[in-house]
Design a protein around this ligand. Structure first.
Ligand SMILES: C[S@@+](CC[C@H](N)C(=O)[O-])C[C@H]1O[C@@H](n2cnc3c(N)ncnc32)[C@H](O)[C@@H]1O
Length: 212
């Protein structure tokens, strides 16, 4: 595990929610809800949100799986998980658990997860880590379970596009550019019935596929 990357995210966790709030007002809530809507999750299911960060996605997944289901938020940064724990502590339904682990070494038995989500993190994973993580997602997902990923669409405006790539650089992954160019074939190589959708507003995409 790269402790430098973890330290970066630990530091980032202190301002992450504030930045997202300033950047998008309530938009992030709606987008994360839209991600959960596409998972096909139902009552009693077990959902996994990898790279969960400050835990913005799990509450939306928890609504889908209900009180008999379970949502696992997984992240390698203790700073991010600390913020996530605060966010979920007052919830009436205790169906969200947080786990500190790496996306490329998922601590679950094969075929035990109904759907996996990943929001605004997949392109920050370095190539080898991303490959291992996707193999792990496929291993833990039950047959027919969905993997749904949400990301920013590459901005068209030059300056915003520049900032997009600065984000990749800061996260330590400029290799994402190659993935972006072969996005569909990458996902089709791992999942069946891959669907790519641009969400309302045009800046965000969701890609979903079924575990083979
Ligand atoms: C940009 S944040 C996104 C957080 C959240 N999913 C959201 O939508 O707000 C990226 C997250 O990925 C986590 N992360 C990066 N590499 C990871 C890895 N190899 N294993 C687990 N978590 C990782 C970071 O700690 C960070 O919380």
């Amino acid at each position: 595990m790269s402790s430098l990357r973890r330290s970066y995210y630990n530091l980032f966790s202190k301002v992450y929610d504030r930045i997202i709030e300033l950047h998008s007002h309530d938009l992030q809530g709606r987008l994360r809800g839209a991600l959960a809507d596409r998972t096909g999750l139902k009552a009693g299911d077990v959902a996994l949100d990898i790279c969960t960060g400050t835990g913005s996605v799990p509450p939306f997944l928890a609504e889908k799986v209900g009180s008999n289901g379970l949502v696992i938020g997984l992240d390698f940064s203790s700073g991010m998980l600390h913020k996530a724990a605060k966010k979920i502590q007052d919830r009436e339904t205790k169906n969200i658990v947080l786990i500190q682990a790496e996306a490329q070494y998922l601590p679950f038995k094969g075929g035990t997860i109904s759907a996996v989500t990943c929001s605004h993190a997949f392109y920050e994973l370095k190539g080898d880590v991303r490959e291992k993580a996707i193999m792990e997602v496929k291993r833990v997902c039950r047959a027919g379970g969905k993997f749904c990923m949400m990301e920013h669409e590459v901005p068209r405006k030059k300056f915003i596009k520049f900032l997009f790539y600065v984000r990749m650089l800061v996260a330590g992954n400029l290799g994402s550019e190659a993935l972006l160019k072969q996005e569909e074939s990458f996902f089709k190589g791992h999942f069946s019935e891959v669907k790519r959708e641009i969400l309302q507003g045009g800046n965000t995409k969701v890609i979903c596929g079924l575990s083979k």
